[in-house]
Design a protein around this ligand. Structure first.
Ligand code: 13P
Ligand code: SF4
Length: 353
């Protein structure tokens, strides 16, 4: 059924002031936002939230999104796993996905009946672009019988060729289970994450764990030399790095994990300061969630994640361009669904490791 595409009215001056105050209280004031910026964002978030309620729309947002998106427009914020799961369980008719293309495609695969809109249609991902479905078919020929375990940061076509999907929140747990039955696993496409997994699980690269040479342009360049420098500058600082960072860096930090686990670790530990080596959005969010904690900056921006802003979200809600509507062919959808559902089963079977 075609959805109505209404236009939001302009907020009155008192509505605008109220919305600007809400944004400040949500945490934008903690990030240093001033009146003029708050008012500019408030005009857009007021309209977005009004349209959301009128059109049975939800807005999921990845933690790397801009703070005004996370704090002013999103209904739920999380890592790749949480977003995939929550979107699939939602009863909304329309999803305006604040993230990158592979995330919106995953939502479409799991909920073909929903209209999935991606405000920034060019928002790809260097990992996702590093491997094609034909290359996965090549790997299957080269390693017959070895399950293809695919990071969620891939296209729907690549997932359709895979056995199990994983995210940074569950990759070690799922691989451990698969190794109980398979001597060899192919993990695609992130080489850094593959090398970190081999070290964590004690598996031989190239024999027991076959990896691809994809990388994340945000995480591949963090350098372990700076870790020692910051430890001297901030005695007692706890340093956390994302799973997509290099094994050299990971061996120098206090904790490695996905974004959801990094936030949990910060919540559960007491330290004089924390450094989150990942995309800058996580640090911004952490500052608003833990205003009493000190965060030492060390981050890079993801150009794909930062392509979404409030005006593009509003545009997608009011008059979506064809390029903002996510389409996945029925054949690909049907084949990509199984490895994602397999991830849900293996990640949530109640066992801890
Ligand atoms: P997670 O939030 O699932 O850890 O993933 C990070 C990422 O790079 C997503 O693009
Ligand atoms: Fe892709 Fe890296 Fe950006 Fe995540 S941070 S979307 S893995 S390029």
């Amino acid at each position: 059924m075609a959805l109505r595409e209404p236009r939001a009215p302009e907020p009155s001056s008192s509505e605008l002031a109220g919305e600007a105050e809400r944004l400040a209280d949500k945490g934008l004031a903690d990030l240093g936002w001033q009146d003029a910026e708050l008012e500019r964002a408030a005009r857009l978030t007021w309209k977005i939230n009004r349209l959301k309620a009128e059109t049975n729309t939800i807005i999921p947002a990845h933690v790397y999104q801009r703070p005004e998106v996370l704090l002013g427009a999103a209904d739920f914020v999380g890592d790749s796993y949480k977003l995939a799961k929550t979107c699939a369980e939602s009863k909304a008719a329309r999803v305006v996905f604040c993230g990158v293309r592979f995330m919106a495609e995953t939502a479409k695969v799991l909920s073909p009946e929903k209209e999935i809109l991606l405000p920034a249609p060019e928002a790809g991902c260097s990992l996702s672009e590093s491997i094609s479905a034909a290359q996965v078919r090549g790997l299957k020929k080269e390693h017959p019988g070895a399950p293809i375990v695919t990071y969620i940061n891939t296209s729907a076509e690549v997932k359709a060729e895979s056995d199990v999907v994983v995210t940074s929140a569950n990759a070690p747990k799922i691989l451990r289970k698969l190794y109980a039955e398979h001597p060899k696993i192919v993990f695609i496409p992130d080489a850094m994450m593959g090398r970190n997994l081999a070290l964590e699980l004690g598996k031989k690269l190239g024999e027991e764990l076959i990896i691809w040479n994809g990388s994340c342009i945000v995480h591949e360049n963090f350098d372990s030399a700076s870790v020692e420098f910051y430890r001297r500058m901030y005695p007692g600082v706890k340093i956390l790095a994302h799973f997509e960072c290099s094994p050299g860096l990971v061996s120098a930090v206090d904790y490695m994990g996905g974004t959801g686990d990094m936030m949990k670790w910060v919540a559960e530990h007491k330290a004089p300061a924390y450094m989150l080596i990942t995309e800058c959005g996580l640090g911004d969010l952490a500052r608003t969630r833990f205003p009493g904690k000190v965060f030492v900056p060390m981050c890079r921006l993801c150009p794909y994640m930062k392509a979404t802003d409030l005006s593009r979200i509003l545009r997608a809600m009011e008059r979506p361009a064809a390029s903002q509507r996510i389409q996945v062919t029925a054949g690909v959808r049907e084949r990509a669904r199984r490895p994602i559902e397999r991830m849900f089963e293996l990640a949530e079977d109640g066992s801890s490791s």
